[in-house]
Design a protein around this ligand. Sequence first.
Ligand SMILES: NC(=O)c1ccc[n+]([C@@H]2O[C@H](COP(=O)([O-])OP(=O)(O)OC[C@H]3O[C@@H](n4cnc5c(N)ncnc54)[C@H](O)[C@@H]3O)[C@@H](O)[C@H]2O)c1
Length: 323
Amino acid sequence: MHILVTGGAGFIGSSFIRFMRQRHPDDVLINLDALTYAGNLSNLADVPEEAHYHFVHGSILDHDLVVQLIKKYQIDAIVNFAAESHVDRSIADPLVFVDTNIRGTATLLAAARETRIERFLQVSTDEVYGNIPGTGYVTEAAPLHPSSPYAASKASADLLALADHHTYGLDVVITRCANNYGPYQYPEKLIPLMIQRGLTGQSLPVYGDGLKTRDWLHVLDHCRAIDLVLCHGQSGEIYNVTGNNEHANLEVVRRIIQQLHIDPSLIQHVPDRLGDDSRYALDATKIRDELGWAPTVAFAQGMTDTIAWYQTHRSWWQGLNQG
Ligand SMILES: NC(=O)c1ccc[n+]([C@@H]2O[C@H](COP(=O)([O-])OP(=O)(O)OC[C@H]3O[C@@H](n4cnc5c(N)ncnc54)[C@H](O)[C@@H]3O)[C@@H](O)[C@H]2O)c1
C-alpha cells in the first residue's frame, strides 16, 4: 500500500512509521506533519528518507497540498494521527483543537473523497466516551459523552468520518485507544513528565488525590492494532483498543519513583484538572474476536523499559519544553 500518515512526527505516529517500515517494508509511507511543538523529526532519526519513506512539512488543513500528495504518491489509504492531543492545552485554548482536530479531519476527508482513496483510518481515543465511573466497560455502541474540549474535538472528528462513510460511501475505519505510553512521548503527558521531572530533581505534580484511574497500553500494541484495522477492519466500523491495564495516577507515579530511586516526598498534590474524568474503561472484545488482536507488552515490563529509555535518552528530552 501507499499510505499518507499524518502527524507522523509525533509520539504514536513516529512509532507507527517505524513499526510499518519493519512490518511492511514494501509499503510506501508519506509522513505529512506540521511540526507543531509536539512534532519532532528526531523521533524518526533512525528512519532514513528513501523510496519507501518521505517526510513532507505541511498541514492537514491545506486541502490543495493533501490532494497533490495523494495524486503524486498514488496514495491508497490515509491514517490520521495529526491532532492537538493534550487535554490541559485544550482547556487553556480550545480553538486550536477545533481547527486541527475537527477542521483538519474534515479537510482530509474531503481530499480523500475527491481523490477516491481506498481507505481512511481515523485514530481516535477512549476519551470520546467520557467518564465511566464504577466497574463497567464500554463497547463501540456506547453513546459519546466527551468531557474536555480535546475529547469533544476528537468525538466531532469521529462523527464527521462516519458521516462521510454514510453519506458518500467513503471507506472509513476508526480506532479508539486507551492511554498510550512508550518512548518518544512528549514530556507534557503523565509518564514522561514524571520521569523527566524525577530525573532532574523537580517536584512531581499529581492532580487532586491521584486516585483517578487511566487505562494504559504500550504504543507498539496500539500500532499493531492500527495495522490490523487498516488491513482487515470492516468498512464503517469502530474498534476499541485496550489491554485493560487500569492504574491510579498515583500508583503510576510511585512506580516511576521506585525505579528511579527518588524521594517520594517529591510528590506534590495540586488542584484537580478542570472537569477531569475519573475513569476510562473500554471493552475491546470486537478487535480481539474479529481481528485476533491482543496486547503483547505487559504493563510492568513496558514501564520498566520505558523508564529506562528516558534515562538513556536524555538528549532527546532535554531540549524540549515541558508545556
Ligand atoms: N497519546 C495517547 O495516549 C493517545 C491515545 C489514544 C488516541 N490518541 C490519538 O492519537 C493521535 C496521535 O497522538 P500522539 O500522542 O502521538 O500526539 P502528539 O501530540 O505526540 O503528535 C501529534 C502530531 O500531529 C502533528 N500535527 C498537529 N497539527 C497538525 C496539522 N495541522 N497538520 C499536520 N500535522 C499536525 C504534530 O506536529 C505532531 O507531530 C492523536 O490523534 C490522538 O488524539 C492518542
